[in-house]
Design a protein around this ligand. Structure first.
Ligand code: ADP
Ligand code: MG
Length: 557
């Protein structure tokens, strides 16, 4: 084939512009987030520039001001940042999808300890979602720069003229459309600042008052944060909720940037664990509330903040699920959560056990859902047991409430016994402890109350029973059976015949009329007893030594 022509695709701005305005963002309200982000960037840039040797200008206290003029139907966003020269306005504003961020960061990389939020060069145009007209008044920090006025009515033509502005920085003024009058309400703007800009590092003034919190603890180093500071953030993000059990501080720069703090809440029935409650940020700018695509499903009950510049934001959610970086971030988060549990198990077993009621559900769900997590956590899955485990240390006395119980510091060898005297064990410990009595055999109960008689029967036989009685255990037992394929798992109310009785007289037929073995008879009687609450069964005679050879002394009382 012969090449006939080679060329560049061109775009008709008149046609593409309405599409950008209308479809780029789903929510009109994010215009404020975008303009404030630009203002923060402008301030960060000035800061970086000011540290280069040839800088002769001035840097004031960083500040962003939002002013509403109800009569003129305008809202304006002002910053005292870097400003723009006429050339910069032409370059970065007049060209859609052209950002100065990369250029800037490359030029000032030696001073680049601050992050630039901008990236795509589209944010500014979100202002046309709510405005008939947008004005820019700006004065660059550069020597001899003159103030510039830019105006555009949402078509593809603009005007540039001189501006009366005298202070360095930029003011963006939006002439709001009739139907966007809600943004003339101070309370609405306040709410938007709280939602999107609360943790941005520059004070944002509205009506003379600072409307944002600024400090983003997750960006700090974990060693610099006290427990109180972690708890304070939790209470701030999730007011009127119970205190979290523990937290994990995410902090990595390589191979992707992720900062964040994840909290394990107490799982109360009113907590909807299917709806993600983790807040996703990008450079301290709030992005969204449910980040199911980034957080592995089993970690959705967690709360807190994930802040990453490496999560592509302006793309569809289904794309996110298939994005490699996003998947690696998800793995990273799961691993950090596993590490935290491991560390707690080793350093403070008492607290681990106290939290197990809630943690266990995460851990089991995670083991079922995520292979890597399963392997990582396998040795730290514990079960309440009927065994009376000796405690290496005096038992913790708890006067009131459970909360203080785990405050007492215990070491690695702390007893696996909680404040109520319940003992806990890992499966490995169970198997080791019982290998002489019943090798590769686990007895478990799924309901402490309705299976009480069976549990008791096992205990009297000197057999240790594990409780697998949380709602997730219905799925977890088959999982264990698969994982430990050489171990037999016997529920206390089944398999009675060959477990309890075998060693003594299990196989013998004890009832010539029905041809039933002793084991079958015991089982039958227990089953009958379950339907008659008043009936109890004396099983003392079943103990292997006196049951030897003798007929079963089971008495219905
Ligand atoms: P991005 O922020 O992704 O770069 P925007 O469309 O939001 O894209 O902004 C385009 C460019 O306009 C920015 O890169 C910056 O150079 C310039 N700009 C926008 N707002 C300001 C401002 N308040 N002060 C200085 N420059 C600004
Ligand atoms: Mg921007």
């Amino acid at each position: 084939t012969t090449m006939l022509e080679k060329g560049n695709i061109s775009i008709h701005t008149e046609n593409i512009f309405p599409i950008i305005k209308k479809w780029l963002y789903s929510d009109h309200e994010i215009f404020l987030r975008e303009l404030i982000s630009n203002a923060v960037d402008a301030i960060s840039k000035l800061n970086m520039v000011s540290r280069s040797s040839d800088f002769t200008g001035e840097v004031g206290e960083p500040e962003i001001t939002i002013a509403i003029d109800k009569d003129a139907k305008t809202i304006s966003i002002s910053d005292n940042g870097i400003g723009m020269t006429a050339d910069e306005v032409k370059k970065y504003i007049n060209q859609v999808a052209f950002s100065s961020a990369e250029e800037f960061v490359t030029k000032y990389k030696d001073n680049a300890d601050q992050n630039i939020i901008g990236h795509f060069g589209l944010g500014f145009y979100s202002s046309f979602m709510v405005s008939d007209r947008v004005d820019i008044d700006t004065l660059s920090y550069q020597d001899g720069a003159t103030a510039i006025h830019w105006t555009c009515d949402g078509t593809t033509s603009f005007e540039i003229s001189d501006s009366e502005r005298t202070e360095q920085g930029t003011t963006i003024t939006l002439h709001l459309m009739e139907e966007e009058a809600e943004y003339l309400e101070t309370s609405r703007i306040q709410q938007l600042i709280k939602t999107y800009c609360d943790f941005m590092p520059v004070p944002i003034k509205l009506d003379g008052e600072v409307a944002n919190k600024q400090n983003a603890p997750w960006k700090q180093s974990p060693s610099g944060l006290s427990d109180d500071e972690y708890l304070e953030l939790y209470r701030y993000l999730y007011p009127f909720q119970e205190e979290p059990l523990l937290w994990v501080h995410l902090n990595t720069d390589y191979p992707f940037v992720v900062n964040g703090i994840l909290y394990f809440p107490k799982l109360r029935p009113d907590v909807d664990v299917t709806k993600g409650q983790i807040k996703l940020f990008c450079n301290q700018v709030f992005v969204s509330d449910n980040c199911e695509e980034i957080i592995p499903q089993f970690l959705l009950p967690l709360r807190g903040v994930v802040d990453s510049t490496d999560i592509p934001l302006n793309v569809s959610r289904s794309f996110l699920q298939n994005d490699r970086t996003v998947r690696r971030i998800a793995d990273y988060i799961a691993k950090k959560v596993g590490d935290r549990l491991k560390e707690l198990y080793r350093s403070d077993k008492t607290k681990y056990i106290e939290c197990w009621q809630d943690l266990g559900t995460f851990v089991k769900f995670g083991s079922l859902n995520n292979d890597k997590f399963k392997q990582q956590i396998a040795d730290f899955v514990i079960f309440r047991t009927t065994a009376e485990l000796a405690s290496d240390q005096p038992k913790v006395e708890v006067q009131s409430g459970e909360d203080d119980a785990w405050q007492s510091a215990d070491g690695e060898n702390a007893a696996a016994v909680d404040a109520k005297g319940n003992a806990y064990t890992t499966l490995k410990e169970y198997l080791e402890r019982n290998q002489d009595k019943h090798e590769n055999r686990v007895f478990y109960a799924t309901d402490e109350v309705s299976q009480a008689t069976y549990i008791d029967l096992h205990k009297r036989q000197g057999l240790e029973v594990l409780y697998l009685d949380s709602f997730i255990d219905t799925h977890f037992v088959p999982f264990l059976e698969q994982e430990y394929s050489d171990v037999k798992f016997s529920r206390v109310d089944s398999d009675l015949d060959d477990t309890l009785i075998d060693e003594s007289a299990g196989g013998d037929i004890v009832d010539p009329t029905t041809n039933k073995t002793k084991g079958e008879r015991v089982k039958e009687l227990f089953e009958q007893s379950l339907n008659k609450p008043k009936v109890t069964i004396r099983t003392d005679a079943l103990k292997s030594d006196d049951a030897q050879g003798a007929p079963p002394a089971i008495v219905l009382l």
